[in-house]
Design a protein around this ligand. Structure first.
Ligand code: NDP
Length: 454
């Protein structure tokens, strides 16, 4: 049977664009891609990229204070959100154009509309046209969710941040994950009075416990009013803002309330159940390691599969899909070791196992150092950096590395290379220190801070 295309990709985010581009340009496949919003997906349009630019913007008050302490005559004025926002919009438009240009150059046909799956080899476009393809790749990403009970209370999600016309004077952020913690630091740095409610005992559940505690105390020291063990009891629009009654104290009015309470795969109404596919409880599309669904011609990559919801992961999954299906080389992305950074202030870079995960698997030695780095200590800053290695006592392999420091994201990328290669503690020890740096601590810790297991 002749198909209109070899591949139809639904979704123009990180995973979909990579798969489309590789399939078309590297393997000569005839490819079409549909995107209903803006090319680039969450990462480019309302995630990693605009977030990181806001992280940069929010760091300048501290940088100027440091400059003063170092002897500069410097002072910072007010923050002009609209100037920043204008530039941000232009940058996102530029990046969106680059994504589109790359697809065009690869010969991918772009449809700027919603598409749904109409059959194992058929896709229906919003205008009713049905297009056939030998393979269909669903790469529709995810979206932020507000818990049912708070919907309609006029609260924001992370998507709305980049559309704000002005900066709020005060903000309440609900949640304790990546997004809540990053935006708490960003708004706080931009001079917004920032409160964060987290229902559990410590933010960043699932990460190394010592690191979680370190980050939380640094965030509070920087001015974030972080309230642990706190949830919303009542909420209503009042006095031009939102009145919130927490479970732990009296009610307060905030200019804005941001729910960063998790994300959900974008699989609603895609027609997948009509194909007989059973979705996960949160809407995730079940796939095997090659990203293939139970319908052999339909694949899915990225956040819509809810494996590890990170841009580089979606890119690898999309690339492996193209290599497997069009390159004749079966490849899958191994989700075992994922270096990642959380752009709190200070940043948190992490790769491999937490101390808790590692000790549950066998005997480990833990090397941990917390210290005031040279740049800040010189001017009396109290901020502390943390470097931590978790080492398997039997194999000497470094199982986990956790860094809390300015530029920890940059450092963990390189530690990630070593750990992915299977580096041992002896390898770290024989690596010469780069002096004077913060990261040299990773190769100079000689005595275990503590040990677990026999
Ligand atoms: P997470 O799932 O990481 O965090 C959700 C938070 O909301 C948790 O603290 C959770 O609490 C809390 N929560 C959930 N439901 C409720 C509720 N009903 N009431 C109160 N609190 C609630 O989601 P995020 O939205 O922060 O991030 C989604 C994903 O996006 C991340 O996992 C990550 O993969 C990706 N991401 C990556 C970034 C990066 O690489 N730097 C940046 C931003 C996002 P509890 O812990 O108790 O469940």
């Amino acid at each position: 049977m002749a198909f209109d295309y070899d591949l139809f990709v639904i979704g123009g985010g990180s995973g979909g664009v990579r798969a489309a581009r590789i399939a078309a340009s590297q393997y000569g496949a005839r490819v079409a891609l549909a995107e209903e919003y803006r090319m680039g997906g969450t990462c480019v349009i309302r995630g990693c990229v605009p977030k990181k630019l806001m992280v940069f913007a929010s760091g300048f008050p501290d940088a100027v204070a440091d400059a003063q302490a170092y002897g500069w005559e410097a002072q910072i004025g007010g923050f002009d959100w609209s100037a920043f926002h204008t530039r941000l919009r232009a940058e996102l438009t530029r990046l969106e154009g680059a994504y589109r240009g790359n697809l065009d150059r690869a010969g991918v046909d772009i449809h700027d509309c919603r598409a749904t799956v109409a059959g194992p080899h058929e896709v229906r476009l919003a205008d009713g046209r049905v297009i056939s393809a030998k393979h269909i790749l669903v790469a529709t990403g995810g979206r932020p969710v507000v818990p049912e009970e708070y919907r309609g209370a006029g609260c924001m999600t992370s998507d709305d941040i980049f559309e704000l016309q002005s900066l709020p004077r005060s903000i309440l952020i609900v949640g304790g994950g990546y997004i809540a913690s990053e935006f708490a630091c960003i708004f706080n740095g931009l001079g917004v009075k920032t409160t964060q409610f987290y229902r559990g005992a410590q933010i960043l559940r699932g990460f190394d416990e010592e690191a979680r505690g370190h980050i939380a105390s640094e965030m509070m020291a920087h001015g974030v009013d972080l309230r642990l063990g706190t949830d919303i009891q009542d909420i209503e629009a009042r006095d031009g803002g939102t009145w919130v009654k927490p479970t732990t104290g009296p009610g307060e009015v905030f200019d804005k309330v941001l729910f960063a309470t998790g994300r959900r795969p974008n699989s609603d109404g895609l027609g997948l159940q009509d194909l007989g596919l059973e979705l996960g409880p949160n809407g995730a599309i079940p796939v095997d390691r090659y990203s293939q669904t139970a319908v052999p011609s339909v694949y899915a990559v990225g956040d819509v599969t809810d494996r590890a919801n990170l841009t580089p992961v979606a890119i690898r999954e999309g690339h492996a899909f193209a290599d497997t299906v069009f390159g004749g080389t079966p490849r899958y992305f191994d989700h075992g070791i994922i270096p990642t950074a959380i752009f709190t202030q200070p940043e948190f870079g992490t790769v491999g196992l937490s101390e808790e995960e590692a000790r549950a698997k066998g005997p480990v030695d833990v090397y941990c150092a917390a210290f005031r780095p040279m740049r800040g200590a010189f001017i009396g800053r109290e901020e502390r950096t943390m470097m931590k290695l978790i080492v398997c006592r039997q194999s000497d392999k470094v199982l986990g590395c956790h860094i809390i420091a300015d530029q920890a994201g940059e450092m963990i990328q390189l530690a990630g290379v070593a750990i992915t290669m299977g580096a041992t503690k002896a390898d770290f020890d024989r690596t010469l220190a780069v002096h004077p740096t913060m990261a040299e601590e990773l190769v100079t810790m000689r005595t275990a801070t503590r040990s677990h297991g026999d």
